[in-house]
Write a protein that binds this ligand. Structure first.
Ligand SMILES: [Fe+2]
Ligand SMILES: [Fe+2]
Length: 291
């Protein structure tokens, strides 16, 4: 049976047809990550989240909480501890902002699930990002995030290395920041979907991917014209159409999936496990898995 004619479409066309607004697979050497189609359904925080607050984060104007899926040895349970990357979720209440501009010793990447943000850079410039846009902040670059929309902001954050406690530098006020490298915003609508995965155009296996952060020439990067480059991690999105499957596979790198919305089943070598919205799964290297 021949596969149907499914010419690659622009992301905007697919979004219009499927009402898909979330999903992703990171594609890299250390990390993979995916999110599933959203059907106009709002994300809600999982009851299993272990909330953590930074200083001032419960105060009016700075209301913000976060959780950690994967992180270093000091991560709160039930986070997966590893030595390579940290991944978590941040919620910034409407009309609020992070309590202080700061700079990390590692690169930090945001993917917006819901809402709109403004990221203040060290030169006073403002970067704007909305749903499924990505913000790449190089290591050492000052930044501060503000909720610039009319609803709570939900975003996934990624650190490309493990940062020790006390390493982030906090600034007294926005005007004291100094910056050299630019913060990069990767707009979702600029990213063409990649339909070249194994069987990706066959009924039952329909899916497409993008890269927000990809590798250089010899490494996975589906959007070389727009994705941020990294030699540490890859980050992307897989749109798995309703009722369709990802081909079982394995790879030499660890992978982390975060479900942004809806439900999924994952196979990791010992039966199917059900995943709910905002659940996260860690897949060790060389482990056969599929969604
Ligand atoms: Fe940060
Ligand atoms: Fe995988």
């Amino acid at each position: 049976m021949s596969s149907p004619e499914l010419a690659p479409e622009t992301t905007a066309e697919i979004l219009g047809r499927w009402k898909v607004t979330a999903i992703g697979e990171t594609v890299d050497r250390n990390l993979r990550w995916w999110l599933r189609p959203r059907h106009g359904k709002s994300l809600c925080a999982s009851q299993t989240f272990d909330l953590s607050y930074r200083p001032h984060a419960k105060e009016t104007g700075f209301r913000c909480w976060q959780t950690v899926y994967v992180g270093g040895s000091e991560s709160p349970a039930p986070a997966i501890v590893n030595q390579n990357v940290a991944i978590g979720y941040t919620n910034i209440a409407v009309d609020n902002r992070q309590s202080g501009p700061h700079a990390h010793s590692v690169a930090e990447v945001y993917v917006i699930n819901k809402g709109n943000i403004e990221v203040l850079g060290g030169n006073g410039e403002v970067h704007r990002a909305g749903p499924l846009d990505c913000v790449f902040v190089p290591a050492g670059i000052p930044h501060g995030v503000k909720n610039a929309g009319v609803e709570d902001v939900e975003m996934i954050w990624l650190h490309d290395r493990i940062e020790s406690n006390g390493a982030p530098k906090y600034y007294d006020d926005d005007s004291n920041m100094v910056q050299t490298d630019p913060i990069k915003v990767i707009k979702f609508n600029d990213l063409d979907p990649y339909w070249g995965s194994v069987r990706a155009k066959e009924p039952g296996w329909l899916r497409w991917l993008i890269s927000w952060v990809g590798g250089s020439e010899n490494f996975v990067n589906f959007n070389r014209d727009h994705a941020a480059l990294s030699d540490q991690v890859g980050l992307g999105l897989i749109v798995l159409l309703p009722g369709n499957n990802q081909c079982p596979h394995s790879h030499p790198d660890a992978e982390v999936y975060v479900i942004l919305c809806d439900k999924a089943l994952i196979y990791r070598g010992h039966g199917n496990e059900e995943l709910e919205t905002l659940d996260s799964v860690y897949i060790p290297p060389e482990t056969t898995h599929g969604l």
